[in-house]
Design a protein around this ligand. Structure first.
Ligand code: F6P
Length: 517
């Protein structure tokens, strides 16, 4: 791949100089006074998402240099390689084609492999949505329990909550992820075997948490007199053989070119499809596809994922900011911050480049957050008056889906006021009531929270993560960093049973002994 790591480009040096000259002393209030049309200049209208970027520490010069950085690093080539089906996940020798999951069946695709995969995608999608509709029509199924973790939980759970207005009222949806038996036990207490469909969601069908929960769910089902495993269990996996060995015949597959955190568009989305129905699931895919096309074709200067990714680099590598607060002002988006944590931190939490060389600059920031206005009454104090600057990424939704008078205007007034307060600050010579201001934020605005706008919002975030990862020269599509803990946990599990602490470090041995005592 013809990529140049961002710190090896002329634009990187130019940005360092620009940071020293103007970037570090940038003040939003001065910028707005000097350039009253900032709201128009730094706004981008992308499919289903409007973005106000004007309250960021960015001027025309920084913008232009960041665009140079993107071009000199080979971002367009890398993006096109992803959309061309090349094996850009080189540590696993895999293509990266989650975008294909939302391509229409008649999308023009140029290579044999991609065309073959598109046909498979639609065959599986049609079968999965037909199954979803059958389950929706089956009044005896009152509870759907998704058992999965990471990407096999966060995406479908977040989206099912987000699209609550579209969810069938005739069924309850449960998401069990943690190996902590309290979680599964609490769900099992509320369901009956004859009325429950268990979906075992695991790309690999080996993840210990999911397999443990799946075995316990099956044992419970049989112990409760449940008869027909074939009817009450389905598997969503790339490892259909392992699902069969487990005793599940109803399986919906996907492919190794879909990363777990990018898999909500695949069979992993089945609980969402059952919840909102086939037509809404297709609208979810179509909204994401609209964003794919925007990312693929819009000029870099007007390309929202590109602009967000470049801003992330500007903040992380030049201003040294190490976290981003995610503030969705819609209570149905309450799992959106957790979803983004996996998406960005598992993708870009890497310390070596594609060649395995240690990076001389910082990568993934920490993402965190809660829905507004709740966050305001918890940690916004720190955002306004703390010693660290944390860029905030607000999400505002114009149209509510309830008719309670007053609430939505109050909600929207809060999101606008928070961005205003962060930027404007407030002088108070006494100190304690002083707000320094000049704190950056971005506002992403949706007309309404619909399947299409949610799809577009999530695809936007996927591509923005691609942009920063691409410029950093890392592989955003593997996750070796989760492996060591998994291996060690297996060893510790045996030691907790046996009491053998030979060979352990002193701290770990002491903890094992204490837990056994
Ligand atoms: O451990 C990390 C991870 O591999 C994630 O990337 C993935 O989403 C999650 O575990 C679940 O994996 P699986 O779907 O294979 O059970």
């Amino acid at each position: 791949m013809n990529q140049t790591r961002c710190d090896r480009t002329p634009a990187w040096i130019a940005l360092q100089n620009h940071y020293a000259d103007a970037g570090q002393g940038f003040d939003l209030r001065t910028a707005f006074a000097q350039q009253p049309d900032r709201p128009q200049r730094f706004a981008i209208e992308a499919p289903h998402v409007f973005a106000d970027l004007s309250k960021n520490w960015i001027d025309e010069a920084a913008s232009a240099l960041l665009l140079d950085l993107a071009s000199q690093s080979g971002l367009p080539r890398h993006r096109d390689a992803m959309f061309g089906g090349e094996a850009i996940n080189h540590t696993e020798q895999r293509a990266v084609m989650h975008w294909l999951l939302r391509s229409p069946a008649n999308a023009p695709v140029n290579t044999g492999f991609v065309a073959d995969m598109l046909r498979e995608v639609h065959t599986t999608l049609d079968a999965m949505l037909a199954y979803a509709e059958r389950v929706r029509a089956d009044a005896t199924i009152t509870d759907v329990v998704n058992i999965g973790i990471g990407g096999s939980d966060l995406g479908p759970q977040m989206a099912t909550l987000a699209l609550d207005e579209y969810v069938t009222p005739t069924k309850r949806f449960h998401f069990v992820s943690n190996v902590d038996g309290h979680e599964l036990a609490a769900v099992l207490r509320r369901i009956r075997p004859d009325n429950t469909l268990f979906l075992i969601a695991s790309k690999t069908f080996t993840t210990i948490e999911t397999m443990t929960n799946a075995r316990s769910a099956k044992a419970w089902f049989e112990a409760q007199g449940g008869k027909d495993v074939g009817r009450h269990f389905a598997a969503l996996t790339t490892n259909v053989a392992a699902a069969r060995d487990f005793g599940i015949d109803t399986t919906f597959g996907f492919w190794d070119w879909v990363g777990g955190r990018y898999s909500v568009w695949s069979a992993i989305g089945l609980p969402l499809a059952i919840a909102v129905g086939a037509a809404n699931f297709r609208a979810f895919l179509a909204g994401a596809h609209d964003m794919d096309e925007h990312f693929r074709t819009a000029p870099l200067a007007r390309n929202l994922p590109v602009q967000l990714g470049l801003l992330d680099i500007w903040y992380r590598n030049f201003h040294g900011l190490c976290s981003r607060c995610i503030a969705p002002y819609h209570s149905a988006l309450r799992r959106y911050p957790a979803y983004l944590q996996q998406l960005e931190m598992e993708s870009n939490g890497k310390r070596v480049d594609s060649d395995g060389a240690a990076l001389p600059f910082a990568t993934s920031p920490v993402l965190w957050g809660e829905p507004g206005t709740n966050g305001q009454h918890a940690y916004f104090q720190m955002l306004h008056q703390g010693t660290d600057v944390v860029p905030v990424e607000f999400v505002a939704v114009k149209k509510p889906q309830h008719d309670l008078p007053g609430h939505h205007t109050l909600l929207l007034s809060n999101v606008v006021a928070q961005a205003q307060a962060l930027m404007q600050g407030k002088a108070d010579p006494g100190g304690h009531r002083h707000f320094v201001g000049n704190r950056p934020s971005t506002l992403l605005m949706l007309e309404e929270l619909t399947p299409a706008s949610l799809g577009a919002l999530l695809a936007l975030q996927e591509h923005r993560v691609f942009v920063s990862g691409s410029l950093w020269g890392i592989n955003s599509f593997d996750q070796w960093g989760v492996e060591l803990g998994k291996v060690l946990a297996k060893d510790i599990e045996a030691r907790l049973v046996s009491g053998d602490v030979v060979g352990l470090d002193g701290s770990t041995a002491a903890l094992v002994q204490r837990l056994r005592s």
